[in-house]
Design a protein around this ligand. Structure first.
Ligand SMILES: C[S@@+](CC[C@H](N)C(=O)[O-])C[C@H]1O[C@@H](n2cnc3c(N)ncnc32)[C@H](O)[C@@H]1O
Length: 223
C-alpha cells in the first residue's frame, strides 16, 4: 500500500537542517559520474572522530534514534531512499536533537558517493524489503551489487547486522553473503525467544512480532 504524500514535503525537509545531511534529488541522475561525489566530512559533522554505524533503509528512524541514544560514543547515520518516509525520522530528530544521529535521504546504491571507503564500523539492515519476485532480486539489499558497496565502506573488522521476518530473504542473504566473502556468526532463527541481550526493536519488528512471526538475525564479517 502506498503512503500518501505528506503535505509540504519539500518545505518540511528543508526545515530539518540539523538532522538531514543530504537529499538526493532527481538531478543527481543527470550529473556526470565524476560530479556526483559529495563525500561528507563526518568528523566535521559530528565534531568528533567516533566510530560510524550506518543503518540502511531506516524507515521512520526509531532504531537509529534509539541506537544513538544508547551508544553516545558512536555516530549513527541512517539512510532512507523515500523522502516521504525519512521526513518522519528527521522531524522527530529535530525535536529530540541527538548529537550523534544524522539522516541521509539517498539510495543505498549511491552511498559510495557520500561516504569515505573504510569509514563504517557497522552496517544495520533491518527488515529490508524482501522483494520476493525472482525478477526483482537485484533490489534486495543483500544482492551482490550492494555487498560490493558495503565491502568498500566497511572498516577493517567491520560487520553487517541483519534482522528480518522473511525466511526467504534470510536464506537468500546467507547465500549471497557467503558467496561474496563474508563469514556469518551469531545466527538466531527466533531472536525474541533467544538469549540475545540488548535488542533494539524497529517499527516493522514490533509489527511482525505482534503477528507471532519469528525474527531472524545474523551478523556478517569479512576475514
Ligand atoms: C520494510 S521497511 C523497514 C523500515 C525499518 N528498517 C524497520 O525495520 O522498521 C524498508 C525500508 O527500506 C527502504 N529502502 C528499500 N530499498 C532501499 C535502498 N535501495 N536504499 C535506501 N533505502 C531503501 C524502503 O524505502 C523502506 O522504508
Amino acid at each position: 500500500m502506498r503512503m500518501r504524500r505528506k503535505n509540504n514535503l519539500e518545505e518540511r525537509l528543508a526545515l530539518c537542517k540539523n538532522s538531514l545531511l543530504y537529499i538526493e534529488g532527481e538531478e543527481f541522475y543527470h550529473k556526470d559520474v565524476k560530479d556526483r561525489f559529495n563525500i561528507l566530512n563526518l568528523e566535521e559533522v559530528f565534531k568528533n572522530p567516533n566510530p560510524i554505524w550506518l543503518e540502511i533503509g531506516c524507515g521512520k528512524g526509531q532504531f537509529a534514534l534509539q541506537t544513538a541514544k544508547l551508544n553516545p560514543n558512536i555516530n549513527v547515520i541512517a539512510v532512507e531512499k523515500i523522502s516521504n518516509v525519512i521526513l518522519s525520522a528527521c522531524e522527530r530528530a529535530e525535536i529530540e536533537k541527538p548529537l550523534n544521529c544524522k539522516f541521509l535521504n539517498c539510495s543505498a546504491e549511491n552511498l559510495g558517493y557520500y561516504l569515505k571507503n573504510g569509514s563504517v564500523e557497522r552496517i544495520f539492515l533491518n527488515f529490508s524489503c524482501p522483494y520476493p519476485k525472482h525478477t526483482y532480486r537485484n533490489r534486495r539489499l543483500t544482492y551482490h551489487r550492494f555487498l560490493s558497496i558495503y565491502k568498500a565502506l566497511l572498516a577493517k573488522d567491520g560487520e553487517i547486522h541483519l534482522k528480518t521476518d522473511n525466511a526467504g530473504f534470510f536464506e537468500f542473504s546467507i547465500e549471497s553473503l557467503s558467496e561474496n566473502g563474508f563469514k556469518i556468526k551469531n545466527v538466531s532463527l527466533d531472536l525474541h525467544n533467544s538469549d540475545f541481550k540488548g535488542n533494539i526493536e524497529t517499527e516493522y519488528e514490533r509489527l511482525f512480532s505482534s503477528q507471532g512471526k519469528p525474527i531472524y538475525r545474523l551478523e556478517a564479517y569479512l576475514t
